[in-house]
Write a protein that binds this ligand. Sequence first.
Ligand code: SAH
Length: 233
Amino acid sequence: MEFTFHAVGVVRSPYKEKFGIPRQPALAPAARLSIELTPPYNHPDSVRGLEAFSHIWVSFVFHETADRGWQPLVRPPRLGGNAKVGVFASRATHRPNPIGLSLVRLDEVDTRHGVVLRISGADLLDGTPVLDIKPYIPFVESRPEAVGGFVDGPPPLLTVVWREAARQQLAEDPRLPADFAELVEQVLAQDPRPAYQDDPARIYGVLLYHCNVRFSVVENTATVLEILSAAQN
Ligand code: SAH
């Protein structure tokens, strides 16, 4: 059976590339994103009543990797990149239908110009096409007794420290949002490095907003080395 779906909106996100995006929503609550609904779905009637919900389910297309196909077995980062589980036992992005599902906080429904949903803590790339939005219903969907398989509990976190020069660069960039430092800390604490990589000499870069945040990792500590704004890249 084949179906054709149309995107109902597009994500605007500080995450400009896949590297560094937390592996699930809620892990970096300082990430502020929005979903802009596109015509003909961007009429205020389409979201009437939604503002009364604190969280929404967002289904979307993994558009950046949609053409890469899928395998029945995948290696979840959570298992260190060596053990395999079935694709349907994982939240891997490479799936038979490249559809993602994220539960995110809904901060505001803005209907001043079309419809913009302001959300936080999402694990979504800038430009992600949104297929659907549904309210989260806590009494049905919150299951504290549920068993979490190989992802039972949050991942271990890195400690994040700043070089003085990087802190200085933060202070000097008026375009950065007030909670940018918090976002950097939450993103790096997740340890964005690929499984297996443990090279203390290596310098990594995560793109957030218009900045390239350069960092290194030694044992359990990530150090923010410098913040290059787009003009300098
Ligand atoms: N919560 C979703 C996504 C989990 S995978 C679900 O369970 O279905 C999360 C990863 O998806 C992120 O780390 C990011 O690398 C990747 N991602 C986010 N938006 C994407 C997009 N538009 N295309 C491809 N990959 C994307």
